[in-house]
Write a protein that binds this ligand. Structure first.
Ligand code: GLU
Length: 470
């Protein structure tokens, strides 16, 4: 919780809308959201759309949609105007003027061809190009605007995850804040946005760590307090290469379509870098309560699809059946079936969650709830759908026609009476009934299945199996 007197926590997630939301971005969003909720601070969403050639409205919509699905609600941001960089150009210009007036930035008129030639020569020598500061003292009034970076000394990024990281100013150069065509650069926009949005903690991917010393020098030049920084490690595939499509699904939308639960996704993303002992399963509320940046590892995290699937099943098992049914209904529809009565669907899902890792898998293993078996497992049919099997099915049909109540308990009692009368074991009759109603001998608990199918449907399937027996 925030200490008295400390500035209220304000964090932001700042996606560039150049593609859908991937797991890396989603995890950055989540860590910011958890940090904000833990400290009862504000979570700001900002769209970094200055790269107009690669940013699209469709990507913005997809990112917002994925965040809503993950239930990472933001306190400030779209659709309120002013949270897209393209709406904030006047702010960048005003801050650029301040830097010029304070002598902290200067105009550079070096021809692009000259800079390009120097850059190429540096690359040929195996060096990183640094602008030598030719225009520093020329007092120009037009051109590209560069930050005056101290030639000597160091800037330390006191990172909350990595500890202090020192950058020598000789590694930096007078970087461009505003291009000669008037467009502000990415690093400059981020600084102006973070100061004007009063961001206290910048939590972002460690691919941005090398930008941070440049940005800190810009805060200092503007005379603003520098926020705290926390750079979250990269996410790798099992081969320890940066996570990509080669490793399977990476967009949040793809996981949604594959039938993962938002709470499971949030739980899994939190565990990519953050840990609380060796515990794996957390509710959202528990994550909010326990999340702390000091428990985020500086080492890369490995994305493990099998573990996510396991975790998803754990969440499916813990979820309120009515909610599980509501989440499953679109998958039932997508498979071409009518989800039907919500209470019945909740009952169905309660039997399937033991046998499936995703909602999609649950619908797949539970197809028999919505369609009659198209055939019978051949080996089981040879063993069970015999003349003897037919006689047993006949007896079962006669018994179930008479059953006053078609509940799991009543069904179990009827099965037990019948097997006692016929001198059978319960499993013999149960397997036969299973094969008749599902087409296979593996299914959720048979009395639940029959009760959920209802008397009419159960009897129809038992009769069909009778007719198919030799
Ligand atoms: N827009 C940047 C990105 O999508 C994030 C910048 C930042 O968090 O400072 O990678």
């Amino acid at each position: 919780m925030s200490t008295p007197g400390a500035r209220a926590v304000r964090v932001r997630f700042a996606p560039s809308p150049t593609g859908p939301l991937h797991v890396g971005g989603a995890r950055t969003a989540l860590f910011n959201w958890l940090f904000a909720r833990h400290h009862r601070g504000a979570f700001v969403l900002r769209i970094e759309d200055t790269d107009r050639s690669r940013s699209t409205e469709a990507h913005i919509d997809a990112i917002l949609d994925a965040l809503r699905w993950l239930e990472l609600d933001w306190d400030e941001g779209p659709p309120t105007p002013g949270y897209r960089q393209t709406e904030r150009l006047a702010l960048y210009q005003a801050h650029a003027r301040r830097l010029v007036e304070a002598g902290r930035a200067y105009y550079c008129a070096c021809p692009p061809a000259q800079l390009e030639a120097e850059r190429r020569a540096a690359r040929a020598r195996g060096e990183t190009y640094r602008y030598p500061g030719r225009c520093r003292e020329r007092g120009l009034t037009a051109g590209a605007l560069r930050l005056r970076v101290p030639a000597e000394g160091t800037t330390v990024v006191d990172d909350l995850i990595h500890g202090p990281v020192t950058f020598d100013h000789r590694e930096l150069d007078d970087w461009i804040l505003v291009r000669s065509d008037g467009t502000p650069t990415y690093n400059f926009c981020v600084v102006v946005d973070d100061v004007t949005m009063q961001i206290t903690h910048v939590i972002r991917g460690s691919d941005h760590l090398s930008n941070t010393p440049k940005q800190i020098l810009c805060y200092e030049a503007l005379g603003y307090p520098v926020p705290r920084f926390a750079h979250v490690s990269m996410i790798l595939g099992p081969d320890r290469q940066r996570l990509s499509k080669r490793h399977g699904a990476t967009s949040v939308q793809a996981f949604r379509e594959a039938g993962f639960l938002p709470d499971a996704m949030v739980n899994y993303l939190a565990r990519l870098g953050w840990a609380h002992g060796d515990r794996e399963v957390f509710t959202r509320e528990e994550l909010v309560e326990l999340f702390d940046l000091k428990d985020v590892s500086p080492s890369p995290a490995i994305f493990d699809h099998a573990k996510l699937a396991w975790l998803n099943q754990q969440h499916m098992k813990r979820l309120d059946p009515a909610r599980l049914a509501a989440l499953a209904a679109p998958f039932v529809r997508a498979a071409g079936f009518d989800p039907g009565d919500p209470a019945r669907l909740a009952g169905i899902m309660a039997t399937l969650r033991e046998r499936a890792r995703t909602l999609r898998e649950a619908v797949e293993v539970g197809r028999f709830y919505w369609e009659r078996p198209r055939g019978y497992d051949p080996a089981a049919a040879r063993a069970l759908l015999t003349a003897e099997g037919r006689a047993r099915l006949d007896a079962l049909i006669a018994r179930l026609e008479q059953l006053p109540e078609f509940t799991p308990a009543a069904l179990e009692a009827a099965f037990r009476e019948l097997v006692a009368a016929l001198g059978l074991r319960l499993v013999d009759l149960a397997q036969l009934a299973r094969l008749a109603v599902t087409g296979t001998t593996a299914s959720p608990p048979i009395f639940d299945v029959l009760a959920l199918l209802g008397r009419e449907e159960t009897l129809a399937r038992l009769r069909a199996a009778c007719a198919a027996a030799r």
